[in-house]
Design a protein around this ligand. Structure first.
Ligand SMILES: [Mg+2]
Length: 336
């Protein structure tokens, strides 16, 4: 396998997604990840609706195409992969406040009771678990470099389930800490920046930064990283993320989880991945390329994606999960 196809490498497909390493790419990307900016650039909300509708012809809503999805899933075990921020919780100004609603938590718990379910996030396992608080699921934190399974959470040292393969990344921990301190220092003068240490990944959140300062955030971050060729920068939704250069991404995490849950090499499994980030594209692509399952992109603005379907926002994600569970329950009872 070649290196993960995000920040430094082009995608295999024609360049639907703007490369990150060009200066224009940065600003274009930052604008794209801001829904208000997209609304404005589309003129009136009327023309926005129109372009969104046109977009859903290519990426049908997973709610309106639900029957089609169900046909794909008939008689199969559905494995559910969920991003956290922007998928299960709304994007908020303060990342520490990205709380999921009790209602959503209940829906996710229900889903996990019927289907193997994993949360795959750029945040550390511990942080995601603090938000989700469900012991019934798998957590793949730090883009999947850090994986915990049901039962291993809250046990004294998370021993056992934290998988050996990821120790390749542990040598980076001191470097990540150092970069976290540097980035915090170098961006502290920019209003609204929040730098977060996610163990294997440092996140520079700019969702609270005025648009005129975005360029500055990108410049300072890039400048710090010049001294660290073994770290790379990727771009999430209103967040820049610094990660070790290792051949790992959310797509690999999904493959790994499918294998370790013994759901790989199995024709009776339909993996569904729901996410809103650029980093989720790796997972969408894996599922799409091997024709095993598919991705659902959460977006309220038109975007190119490797996903097959779309949902507007977390509340639609919740509706979709509810319907999926209801359908599974019906299927199970009709098979009795
Ligand atoms: Mg997200």
């Amino acid at each position: 396998m070649h290196m993960a196809h995000d920040s430094n490498c082009e995608h295999d497909d024609p360049p639907k997604l703007t490369p990150l390493h060009t200066d224009n790419g940065w600003l274009h990307d930052m604008s794209l990840s801001s829904p208000t900016a997209a609304l404005v650039s589309n003129g009136s909300s009327g023309s926005f609706d129109h372009s969104y509708r046109a977009w859903t012809k290519k990426y049908p809503s997973a709610l309106s195409a639900f029957d089609q999805i169900v046909v794909r899933g008939e008689g199969k075990k559905i494995a559910l992969f969920l991003d956290y921020d922007g998928t299960l919780s709304p994007i908020v100004d303060e990342p520490d406040n990205a709380v999921m609603s009790d209602q959503m938590r209940q829906v996710v718990r229900n889903a996990a009771m019927h289907l193997p379910t994993a949360i795959v996030s750029g945040r550390s396992c511990d942080k995601v678990f603090d938000f989700v608080k469900l012991t019934e699921l798998y957590y793949a934190g730090s883009h999947g470099m850090d994986i915990m399974g049901p039962g291993s959470i809250n046990s004294s040292k998370k021993q056992g389930k934290e998988v050996k393969i990821f120790q390749a990344a542990t040598e980076f921990l001191p470097m990540i800490d150092e970069v976290f301190r540097l980035l915090t220092d170098k961006t502290k003068a920019i209003n609204g920046v929040k730098v977060e240490n996610n163990r294997f990944c440092v996140s520079v959140h700019y969702r609270n930064v005025e648009q005129k300062d975005w360029q500055l955030v990108a410049e300072r971050t890039n400048h710090v990283l010049e001294a660290y060729p073994r770290l790379r920068l990727t771009h999430g939704r209103r967040v820049l993320e610094v990660r070790p250069v290792i051949d790992w991404n959310k797509g690999k995490a999904v493959e790994f989880l499918l294998e370790s849950l013994e759901l790989a090499n199995c024709k009776n499994v339909l993996p569904i991945y729901i996410g809103d980030d650029r980093t989720d594209e790796d997972a969408f692509k894996v599922l799409r390329d091997d024709k095993r399952g598919f991705g659902i992109l959460v977006s309220s603005v038109p975007k190119e994606s490797h996903a097959l379907y779309s949902l507007m926002d977390p509340s639609e994600v919740m509706d979709f999960l509810k319907r999926l569970v209801m359908w599974k329950e019906e299927e199970a009872s009709s098979n009795k």
